[in-house]
Design a protein around this ligand. Sequence first.
Ligand code: SF4
Ligand code: SF4
Length: 485
Amino acid sequence: MWKISQFTVVHDLACRGRPGLLLVLNTATQRSMVVAEPTWAAAAGSAACPDSAEPSTRTVIAALADAGYLVAEALDENAGFLDGFDRRRLAPARINPIIAFTTDCNIACTYCYEEGVRATTMTEPVVAATVRWLERRIVLDGVIEVVPNLFGGEPLLHRRLLTDFMTRVNAMGDAHSATVAYAMSSNGMLLTEELARVLAQLRLRQIQISLDGPPAVHDQRRVGHRGQSTFAQALRGIEHACRWIPDVTVKVNFDRHNAAAVPDLFDELAARGTAERLTVKLEAIAHQFPGSKACHPSSYVIPPETPEMADTYLGLTQAARRRGLRVTPDTAHTTPCMYTSQWGVIIGPDGGISKCISLVGRPEHEVGNVLAGDWDTDRYDAAMNVRKKVTDCVSEKCAYLPVCAGGCSYESAVRGMSTATRFCTKPALERYHFGRQLLRHEARLTELGVTPLGDPDFSLPVAPAPGRAPTPVLLPMPTRRDSAT
Ligand code: SF4
Ligand code: SF4
């Protein structure tokens, strides 16, 4: 009558020093529990015919079915997942398109894909067409909440353009009784207290400012055009934001170059007393397309399919939490992503519409242009066609389907494959989702005798425990001059 859900994964806690206990998690419900091995074995063994089981086992089976670890034998979980996935990503009531006003930037990050691209900025016709694009989503598609993400390059380089756009979209949204608010991604260098106040009044609710490590490390990667340091100014921007903008996120772009030093950044944020006002978002640096002008060595990129990637996300999450910082649960490949979500787009300075930030500036991946009224429907539909990508995942009954759905289309494209080809990171997902539950229930599991992550027997490469002397293993970073020669 019941079967173990294909999305239920069982981990033996003997690997964490506690034999006899299992950690059982379900990737669809995101629930997890700890259960004694004999209890699980009895319930799993009798799930198909609970009536013949002991009363105590029947009670356990009923509880497991109630929580979704067991499902009805006849249930087609793949079909159920795909229907639910479509409901989440199609016809959303709230959208957050990214508006890239400019490719112009006042700093030159070593890993930036826009490096070497001639700077362009939105003209009045493109701004007007972008506002019309948003209006059509409200009027034609039933969207009731619009949260544009103001993006660049560096959006604060063009303050007038930015505030005019916000004023126009606010008026348009009000005219249709739609809710309008904004998010912004910035390097924080130009954010004064006065500007933070003005932007908050124009409904900026969330700002994300990048810091890549303590000053010495950050300044190696996020370099001023004249080689000057940028850490102190970005940090000032964060402090101004904290006074006016409700949700302030510090984005940490990590790879093998800076990961070991990032806990020092968390120490600095905690020491400044800003920890309770900030959220940390961790984002792994990705491989670039061949021929990219970015001078960041590709050997620093952590391969996304490896346990090293999982350990780095987990280690940095633990390091942040132990210093009182909140961390968003998203990884770089959280699904459904903008690529697979309806109205998940980035509109570039020339009005070009792309389905992924990392694919901006590549005409072969554009799905249309706001100046053309809408977009090329065939290309848009191809980007949205996840079902083709997950064919093998479905036939293999992959337990990670709900958190992966065939993987990242950019990662496929950057390896020369079609964006409809799956990009499988299963070894990393397996380790990450187990570790995430260990972190989530760390206190309770420790009481049960489970060894927490990060303790000496578990090899986390990047998370020295608080109080231990930080040992950043800094790798050399080439300067732009080095990379040009
Ligand atoms: S395709 Fe990949 S990089 Fe692009 S939005 Fe989706 S998950 Fe992110
Ligand atoms: S790409 Fe791999 S991990 Fe992702 S759903 Fe498919 S089989 Fe599972």
